[in-house]
Design a protein around this ligand. Structure first.
Ligand code: BT5
Length: 325
């Protein structure tokens, strides 16, 4: 843990304040060094009060993503978030992770960007990623899975993401198969799963997650306004991105460990309980192919089981779903 992270942890553990002398002793550095770090944190926007009796007290934290701070808050995770990197701007965070994956970096590394110049959705579609308004990040995983089972990870990501958004905001998000999180019928988050695989083995998976946190209505272009929304619009108040990021990463870690120990079925049950798609009549567009039918359930590998209008059961691994009225 870096000195900044240790100071922030100590301030959080002592909400009434902690003296410079105590901090210096705990961290084995001089009081002057403590003071210099406090000044640096203040420059980043952390409001730290100092007084002769109370010592240093954390009054408020800024809505910035600070890698050391996130690391300190995620000290309990087993895989996801053991290594966190924050960039001001990237093309796509999935591309940054892809490069790290090829360089042999361990699974669990997370890359956040305050803004992306080439944020993307599936099939090369554009993903709007304005600066400081959302969470735009990617996670590297190296699971022991067959390539056909990789859809499990999209299911996992959507389930963890839904749970974290619900607990942090009190909203009731729903999942639209395979990768959308909706609130009040509008998309507030999406998952882009990219895979590098050999015939029978997954080499690595990149989970790219975009969450519209504090965008105002005016920040969505007109063509997206009908279908997209943000957590701020839906709750009527700003949402702390650092708190939400911490919650999402710890839920992801939890569920990744569950999948690794063969407990995907538990996640699938939770997913079905919150899925808007199951039990509905749908049209699914897969490339040039269009299928109609009823979405029956989730298969063992995370695929959607569709009873087509002709009565066959189809296993669907990707595509765009439109819900029929
Ligand atoms: C997705 O694709 O929903 C996956 C989105 C993943 C974004 C993250 S951000 C971090 C990481 N780095 C990346 O480059 N990507 C990932 P899809 O289901 O194909 O939906 C894309 C469609 O959603 C677009 O064609 C738009 O209609 C709409 N859209 C674009 N930006 C949006 C936004 N910010 N919020 C809601 N909808 C959006």
């Amino acid at each position: 843990m870096t000195t900044d992270a240790k100071i922030l942890s100590a301030l959080r553990a002592n909400p009434d304040g902690v003296s410079g002398a105590d901090l210096a002793e705990q961290l084995h550095i001089s009081r002057t060094a403590i003071w210099a770090h406090i000044e640096e944190l203040r420059r980043l926007g952390y409001d730290i009060e100092a007084g002769p009796h109370l010592g240093y007290r954390l009054v408020s934290v800024p809505d910035v993503l600070h890698a050391d701070d996130l690391l300190a808050r995620l000290y309990k995770t087993k895989v996801v978030g053991r290594d966190i990197r924050v960039f001001e701007q990237t093309t796509s965070t999935n591309d940054v992770i892809d490069k790290l994956a090829r360089d042999g970096v361990k699974e669990g590394v997370v890359v956040f960007a305050e803004s992306q110049t080439k944020g993307r959705g599936r099939l090369g579609r554009k993903w709007l990623s304005p600066a400081y308004k959302g969470l735009w990040f990617s996670v590297l995983l190296r699971p022991e899975l067959h390539p056909q089972e990789a859809t499990q990870l999209t299911v996992l990501a959507a389930t963890a993401l839904r749970r974290a958004i619900a607990s942090e905001t009190g909203l009731h998000p729903e999942i639209k198969w395979p990768n959308d999180i909706l609130v009040g019928g509008k998309k507030v988050a999406g998952v882009l799963t990219e895979l590098s695989a050999e015939l029978d083995r997954v080499k690595h998976v990149i989970l790219g997650i975009g969450v519209d946190v504090n965008l105002g209505t005016g920040e969505f272009p007109a063509d997206l306004r009908k279908q997209a929304s943000s957590l701020k619009i839906e709750t009527g108040r700003p949402v702390s991105r650092a708190d939400l990021a911490t919650a999402i990463l710890s839920e992801l870690d939890n569920d990744y460990v569950r999948v690794g120990s063969g407990r995907f079925a538990e996640i699938a049950d939770e997913w079905e309980a919150h899925c808007k798609t199951i039990g509905r009549d749908v049209t699914i567009q897969i490339g040039d192919r269009r299928l109609r039918g009823r979405a029956e359930s989730l298969g063992e590998s995370g695929e959607l089981l569709l009873r087509t209008e002709h009565g066959h059961l189809e296993r669907i691994n990707g595509g765009d779903v439109t819900l029929e009225k």
